[in-house]
Design a protein around this ligand. Structure first.
Ligand code: GLP
Length: 257
């Protein structure tokens, strides 16, 4: 009870909210912020996300790279999460998603990009956070948001003080992600995800949300209480969050001017 009471008294931080008329403009803004971070850092350490929302973002970044406007040669990246029980070359794995949509098209040296070790036996202390710290910490973390308010695979009920760990996926998340798996293939029941503490240690966080399906989650995340019921609400505790969304996703969001 004490812990819950403490959450209610937490002063939420101001955040930069950028609402765009359509998803395309929002996606381009997110890509532009990543480009700006990469070109202005001597050793850019990126936190990366997957999902349908991010596909156009990676397309913009690939395009700017192909035009010679953006190099990732000095970059290191850490993905938020990975499903358990999939082979690394499984087309439905996040590793495959990232190679297909991004890594295979840019000049980030192999060995510079990392995903959580989904093959690690459950209970094995995940050294992912150590690797992030060894590389100087994440400078810019790209985040999406699940319809139930999850970030990474931190599902409702996720505690704030968590590191990279194994989680059980909710039925709603497995249903939402089923489209990424071949017909009749079961979506994994577990995943490895950066924990909330891991995410909140990033220097800057850019959350991209598009479409009306994310409107309620975005409203709960930034207008509701800081609560485990909506893990994205923990982002209220971070001092450098930029929310980028289209009008459909922002329709319930009360933006404090
Ligand atoms: C997955 C990922 C999240 C992502 C979410 C939303 O669960 N683990 O990182 O934000 O789905 O995905 P989409 O962009 O497809 O709605």
């Amino acid at each position: 009870m004490k812990q819950q009471q403490a959450q209610k008294n937490i002063e939420s931080q101001p955040y930069d909210c950028r609402v765009f008329a359509n998803a395309t403009d929002a996606e381009m803004e997110a890509a532009r912020l990543i480009k700006s971070f990469v070109t202005s850092s001597t050793k850019p350490v990126l936190g990366l996300a997957t999902g349908r929302t991010m596909l156009p973002v990676y397309q913009w970044l690939r395009q700017w790279h192909a035009l010679g406007e953006l190099s990732f040669a000095q970059c290191v990246s850490f993905n938020l999460d990975e499903y358990c029980g999939l082979d690394a070359d499984d087309p439905s794995s996040f590793a495959s998603y990232m190679r297909t949509n991004f890594f295979d098209h840019i000049d980030m040296p192999s060995g510079h990009w990392h995903l959580p070790d989904a093959a690690a036996t459950s209970g094995t202390p995940h050294t992912y956070d150590d690797l992030i710290h060894t590389n100087g910490g994440i400078g810019l973390q790209l985040l999406g948001i699940g319809r139930n308010g999850h970030i990474g695979f931190n599902e409702p009920g996720a505690e704030q003080n968590t590191r990279t760990h194994e989680v059980a996926l909710t039925a709603s998340t497995r249903a939402a992600n089923a489209a990424d798996f071949p017909e009749g293939t079961a979506v994994p029941t577990h995943a490895i995800t950066m924990g909330i503490s891991t995410i909140l240690e990033a220097g800057n966080i850019v959350l991209l949300a598009t479409g009306q399906g994310k409107a309620e989650a975005l409203h709960q995340a930034f207008n509701g209480l800081v609560s485990a019921a909506c893990p994205a609400s923990y982002l209220q505790l971070h001092t450098n969050v930029t929310v980028i969304c289209d009008e459909a996703a922002a329709q319930f969001l009360k933006v404090h001017s």
